[in-house]
Design a protein around this ligand. Structure first.
Ligand SMILES: Nc1nc2c(ncn2[C@@H]2O[C@H](COP(=O)(O)OP(=O)(O)OP(=O)(O)O)[C@@H](O)[C@H]2O)c(=O)[nH]1
Length: 291
């Protein structure tokens, strides 16, 4: 068996940690073993104890205190520190060698995936030096469909992450149970408030450019209509963004996502086990940070 890693990314509060736990619970029920890798130096509580934890190397609180940095600068510092301490990472990954399947819970500051090369360097390290097959998940909350311009912004951030990381990526629309509640009217969920129904959601899961641009134009100054058109065209031309619906509280929904992830990484397809390559620390530690 090879080694597999799922990178769980997305904006703050999009449901990353909840999904990580749900995936592990689901896998365990199937007799599979998955291990949590916490990449968030500011994380507090986890349902499952992480097998690898960046907080064992560095904590955001210490960095902010000692380096006089704010939370975002501190986070970037923590990632640079990780990439400059690859012997620690190598030891952790080698200790976890028998675990084979890692679920990596990333911080919610999307600048890490879209504006810096830190996460893409980490991805290269896993795939090239440690022979992991990797799949990224990008979570966007269902409340991003409250209006079309907001949805465009979320979609472009998903796209930008996809381009930056250059690995198989599944975009996920999380918290879909809130949509269902809106539909039945039982609860004033986020989508209830926005008046969306399950049917309305289809056009956001598989964006239809014409419908979306019409809605965006209604809400934006005519000066920006050409820009709306250009953005929608971009999303459409590259056919790069569609979303898989997820309700992390529903086992069937989590199972369907896990099947997609397994397929994307060709999980379980036999291959010779590979030993990790000798690491050339210089490749990664000395790279420019482009922050
Ligand atoms: N209704 C509903 N709530 C969810 C779902 N997934 C997560 N949540 C809730 O959303 C909130 C944020 O979830 P987290 O899993 O902590 O989100 P996160 O992306 O890890 O957050 P950060 O680590 O701060 O970036 C919590 O209150 C969760 O209980 C879901 O599928 N449905």
């Amino acid at each position: 068996m090879g080694r597999y890693a799922v990178l769980v990314t997305g904006p703050a509060g999009s449901g990353k940690s909840t999904l990580c736990s749900s995936l592990i619970t689901h896998a365990q029920a199937q007799g599979r073993s998955m291990h949590l890798f916490n990449m968030d130096p500011a994380a507090e509580n986890f349902e499952y104890e992480p097998s690898i934890d960046i907080r064992d190397l560095i904590s955001l609180e210490d960095v902010m205190d000692e380096m006089q940095l704010g939370p975002n600068g501190g986070l970037v510092f923590c990632f640079e520190y990780l990439m400059n301490n690859l012997d620690w990472l190598e030891e952790q990954l080698n200790n976890a060698f028998e675990t084979d399947y890692l679920i990596i819970d990333c911080p919610g500051q999307i600048e890490l995936y879209t504006h810096t090369s830190l996460l893409s360097r980490f991805v290269n390290l896993l795939t090239q030096n440690f022979n992991y097959r990797l799949c990224a998940l990008y979570l966007l909350e269902s409340n991003f469909v409250d209006d079309a311009p907001k949805f465009f912004a979320g979609t472009l951030s998903a796209m930008s992450t996809m381009i930056n990381l250059e690995v198989a990526q599944i975009n996920v629309m999380s918290k879909m149970d809130l949509v269902k509640r809106g539909e039945t009217g039982e609860t004033k969920g986020l989508l209830g408030r926005a008046g969306r129904t399950g049917k309305d959601m289809d056009r956001f899961l598989e964006p239809d450019p014409l419908l979306l641009v019409g809605e965006a134009n209604q809400k934006t100054n005519p000066r920006f209509h050409a820009l709306n058109q250009a953005i929608v065209q971009l999303i459409d031309d590259f056919s790069m963004v569609s979303f898989m619906p997820l309700d992390a509280t529903d086992e069937e929904s989590v199972g369907a996502l896990l099947s997609h992830v397994d397929n994307a990484m060709q999980y379980g397809e036999d291959e010779e086990p590979k030993e990790p390559k000798d690491m050339d620390m210089g490749d990664f530690a000395d790279a420019d940070n482009e922050v």
